[in-house]
Design a protein around this ligand. Structure first.
Ligand code: CDP
Length: 222
């Protein structure tokens, strides 16, 4: 196992990987990287600077220079609390569009690597196991059917008092799946990862499964 172990949890939109990854990190006492939040922050920073997806070189320097901070469950951009703002449907869509640009992906690489600190890291996203931490100790592809994912997103929004239609959510999930899996650079892929289909699992069961795999690996190397 590498000196600073990484558990990479990748998967499609609304698969629940964020919740599972955060809980696995807590159970192991590891650091946590929500890489999707970085792409969301780029989308927000670009909007603040009135940049569009065609302003590639400006987007690249913005990605490298933006002042992004994660602190006690809150996310800050240029000192402002944007925790809720980056979760908006607008930001989800823009993040997925900008994430297809190689310059932005390259610009975020060092920031992501900086999260790898003792005693270990749990990182969630689309390319944690394939590109950012290819030497991760454990690579999980966490998924669920698109109907279940749309339902989970629907419930999340409902809990926040936001109304949404299942039809729109299903369409949005299908569009983002196609964009994230179909892009030529760092596409979402299952290759080399253990697949965990959470369609009929609770959050606790999913967390236990990942923790079980990780402790099996630890036993094998000790
Ligand atoms: O929460 P959800 O799974 O819907 O999205 P997220 O993980 O916050 O990621 C937002 C968007 O950023 C995704 O749709 C991806 O296009 C992009 N992303 C990426 O390309 N690579 C990552 N490692 C993480 C996110």
């Amino acid at each position: 196992m590498p000196v600073i172990p990484v558990v990479a949890i990748d998967g499609p939109s609304a698969s629940g990987k964020g919740t599972v990854a955060e809980r696995v990190a807590k159970a192991l006492g590891f650091h946590y990287l929500d890489s999707g939040a970085l792409y969301r922050l780029v989308a927000l920073a670009a909007r603040n600077k009135l940049l569009s997806a065609t302003d590639v070189s400006q987007l690249e320097s913005l990605t490298r220079q933006m002042d992004a901070r994660f602190d006690s469950g809150k996310v800050y951009l240029e000192g402002h609390d944007v925790t809720d703002e980056i979760r908006s449907e607008w930001c989800s869509r823009e993040a997925s569009i900008l994430a297809a640009l190689p310059e932005i992906r390259a610009g975020l690489l060092d920031r992501q690597h900086a999260f790898r600190q003792i005693p270990g890291l749990v990182a969630d996203g689309r390319d944690m196991g394939s590109v950012v931490f290819p030497d991760a100790s454990l690579k999980v592809f966490l998924t669920a059917t698109s109907a279940i994912r749309a339902k989970r997103r629907y419930n999340q929004l409902k809990d926040k008092g936001i109304s949404a239609s299942m039809e729109d959510l299903l369409k949005d999930i299908a569009e983002r799946d196609a964009r994230d899996a179909g892009r030529p650079i760092a596409p979402l892929q299952q290759a080399g990862a253990r697949v965990l289909d959470t369609s009929s699992l609770t959050i606790e069961q999913s967390v236990d499964k990942v923790l079980g795999w990780f402790s099996e690996l630890r036993l094998q190397v000790s």
